[in-house]
Design a protein around this ligand. Structure first.
Ligand code: IPD
Ligand code: CA
Ligand code: CA
Ligand code: CA
Length: 265
């Protein structure tokens, strides 16, 4: 394993310990509301601090972009961190949440880890070296038809301006796919696409820390991830479509007729 990926794994496992320990007694967890339907807990903050400490110990000069503490440092190396992806699930004891850590060099993703602490599943990837689940190589699914595919998504829950377009796509997808799931952790959803548990995925309005590690997992597992125009570069819109190459193009096609001018931009 590349030494940098090793640091990411160490950080993710430490954060996982924080999350698992706190998960033993959910009644003790104080929840604050950032904005409507957007929650944060001490667990998110402690997990993030543990991750940042681990990275800083190894790479004091690297830059950081983390969900709860924002951006720090200016470097061509940047770590993109979601300490707890799926906070709402965690608060409710619904075991579908993960730690997501990625490292990019000059804007290109080099390493990524998504760690599910409740199942002890560790998804890792380094650019050019493939994607792994607990050290076993993973590949995206081989299903070729949307009608046979299980598709993951995330509901809009904060910015409701795209909800009509979203619902039209959902309705179409219910008809055209074998099933649609909304597990509630985008990072883990993307890891599931990388490992073939989901054949495809779409969501609007994500943040870089939700997508960075998962995107690298998917491309290293032979899949594609892009924005609503299918472009993979940076995905600054926060809108994402992902899947095996065949399902990716069928998702793009199914979604295209429903896009509003703002979503298309
Ligand atoms: C959220 C989860 C969720 C997705 C949201 C994200 P958080 O992250 O990934 O699945 O639908 O858009 O914000 O806030 O729990 O880290
Ligand atoms: Ca959050
Ligand atoms: Ca997140
Ligand atoms: Ca989070």
């Amino acid at each position: 394993m590349h030494p940098t990926l090793n640091i990411a794994v160490k950080a993710a496992r430490r954060a996982g310990q924080v999350i698992n320990r706190a998960g033993l007694d959910l009644s003790q967890i104080k929840v604050s509301v950032k904005q409507q339907n957007d929650f944060v807990t001490e667990v998110d903050r402690t997990a993030e601090a543990v991750i940042i400490d681990t990275i800083r110990e190894a790479y004091p000069e690297h830059g950081i972009l983390a969900e709860e503490s924002g951006a720090a440092g200016d470097s061509e190396y940047q770590w993109i961190i979601d300490p707890l992806d799926g906070t709402t699930n965690f608060i409710h004891g619904f075991p579908q949440y993960a730690v997501s850590i990625a490292m990019a060099h000059r804007g290109v993703l080099s390493h990524g880890v998504v760690f599910d602490p409740s199942r002890n599943e560790l998804f890792t990837a380094s650019k050019g070296a493939g994607a792994y689940l607990n050290e076993k190589r993973i590949r995206v699914s081989r299903r070729a038809k949307l009608e046979e595919s299980l598709i993951g998504t995330g509901f809009p829950y904060r910015a409701f301006e795209h909800v009509d377009a979203y619902l039209a796509i959902l309705k179409d997808m219910m008809r055209k796919s074998a099933g649609v799931r909304r597990p509630g952790s985008a990072a883990l959803d993307l890891a599931y696409v990388a490992s073939g548990r989901l054949d495809g995925f779409w969501e609007f309005g994500l943040s870089p820390w939700d997508m960075a590690a998962g995107t690298l997992l998917i491309t290293e597992a032979g899949g594609l991830a892009g924005d609503l125009s299918g472009e993979s570069a940076h995905m600054t819109t926060g809108n994402i479509i992902a899947g095996s190459p065949k399902i990716f193009s069928q998702l793009l096609q199914a979604i295209a007729p429903h896009l509003t001018p703002t979503l298309r931009a």
